[in-house]
Design a protein around this ligand. Structure first.
Ligand code: NDP
Ligand code: MG
Length: 380
């Protein structure tokens, strides 16, 4: 029986993870779960899955809520709820499925405690990849990718290292405004940006897909997970999202990982590996799929991907600045305070305005993140 802690249990990845756990009651159980504000939903999930510990990160305390928590279940508020969930009940795996830089503190906590991580959250690696990498050298923890593209690369490697890899090719679905004119894209509404053609996900990542920043974050995630130089990381637009990503080797051979377009596929692999459990989402029917298409990403229409490529090449604090600006601008867009086109403008502005440092301590990371976000929130 694998014991699993789910950070971000009420979110899109968290709920899909719980769905996988529910399908394999003899293999997986839940030790702890967290949510940010959705405390009532969290409590219902904790009762259903028998979690003995819940963390509510978006509140510093709520006596009324505590009264509803049954005997035998502990509730902890604030960031402590997130950090304690990494070890209470002695989990075999911690799934980090919170959104944004909030994923970095629990990732560091797991590495320090030698707890294995299934990582859905990509912003943690974008902001603190160099520290995470350093800690991974001495930590007993395994950091296993749940993000479908990165999980695909892991599977394509089949346990080998990256010797002989000419490049990895991350596939991008193209998002909801892929074939729009540039001037129309800039005016996309919240509803239009949230209409992803293939994946049902949280709002932040769905907007990131529409701007292509999601792929930008993933190329940086790949750099840290697989220790690859920028020139070996590439992107191709693949509208059907059937190929989850590929590796091209020096001899021209390409290994691809294909599968249903459903996050429960990489989640169940991450939980079950090295075992291959029967699919909870069904199997591909190639004759029905018929055609797979590929395009170059259009960096003129989607400049966020270009900014991320620059950040990947330069490293240091630039990916962190880019991420902070993107998180803040994405929030403002969802609150309808800025336009879709303004997300990219804010990202470009912040990448120019804030000093680029060669490396950052954790304190410097959190300080820079706050500074960039405050600047953007206060200057709309
Ligand atoms: P959601 O917005 O659906 O869920 C986020 C979860 O984290 C919720 O449980 C939420 O609680 C909690 N949360 C929100 N803000 C904070 C915070 N500041 N501190 C702690 N917890 C917080 O996001 P997704 O599930 O879509 O994405 C989660 C992560 O996984 C992201 O980093 C995303 O990029 C990555 N990912 C997601 C994929 C997907 O298919 N959704 C695919 C690949 C990667 P509450 O419900 O109370 O708000
Ligand atoms: Mg992805």
């Amino acid at each position: 029986m694998k014991k699993i802690a789910i950070l971000g249990a009420t979110g899109s990845v968290g709920r899909q993870a719980l769905d996988v756990i529910e399908k394999f009651p003899d293999r997986f159980c839940v030790t702890a779960m967290t949510a940010h504000h959705a405390s009532e939903e969290l409590l219902a999930l904790a009762k259903k899955f028998g979690a003995k510990y819940i963390g509510v990160t978006g509140s510093l305390g709520d006596l009324e809520f505590e009264k509803k928590v049954p005997k035998g279940v502990s509730v902890v508020f604030g960031i402590q709820g997130l950090l304690e969930s990494c070890s209470v009940g002695d989990p075999d795996i911690v799934l980090i499925a919170v959104v944004g830089i909030a994923g970095l503190p629990p990732l560091i906590e797991c590495l320090d405690r030698g707890v294995n991580v299934e990582l859905a959250n990509k912003e943690s690696l974008v902001c603190g990849g160099h520290i995470v990498k350093q800690k991974m050298k001495t930590s007993k923890s395994e950091v296993f990718p749940v993000d479908s593209e990165l999980c695909a690369i892991y599977q394509c490697l089949g346990g080998m290292d990256t010797t002989g890899v000419r490049r990895i090719i991350l596939t991008a679905a193209g998002g909801p405004v892929f074939d729009w004119k540039k001037e129309d894209i800039e005016k996309a509404t919240v509803e239009q940006a949230l209409r992803h053609p293939n994946w049902r996900m949280g709002k932040k990542i769905t907007v990131d897909c529409a701007t292509y920043m999601n792929k930008g974050l993933e190329i940086i995630e790949a750099r840290w997970l697989f220790d690859l130089p920028p020139e070996k990381i590439s992107v191709v637009v693949h509208r059907q999202s059937i190929i989850h990503s590929m590796i091209e080797y020096n001899d021209g051979a390409v290994i691809a990982q294909l599968g249903p377009t459903d996050m429960r596929e990489p989640i169940q692999y991450a939980f079950g590996h090295p075992d291959r459990l029967s699919s909870v989402v069904g199997y591909l029917d190639f004759a029905k799929i018929g055609t797979l298409t590929f395009h170059e990403p259009d960096l003129d229409k989607f400049p966020c991907l270009r900014h991320a490529m620059d950040a990947l090449r330069e490293g240091g604090s630039l990916p962190l600045i880019m991420n902070a600006a993107n998180e803040a601008a994405g929030d403002l867009f969802l609150e309808r305070k800025i336009s879709f086109g303004d997300i990219e403008k804010n990202v470009a502005f912040a990448m120019n305005k804030f000093a680029h440092l060669p490396g950052n301590s954790l304190i410097e990371i959190y300080t820079t993140d706050k500074e960039v976000k405050n600047y953007i929130y206060n200057n709309v």
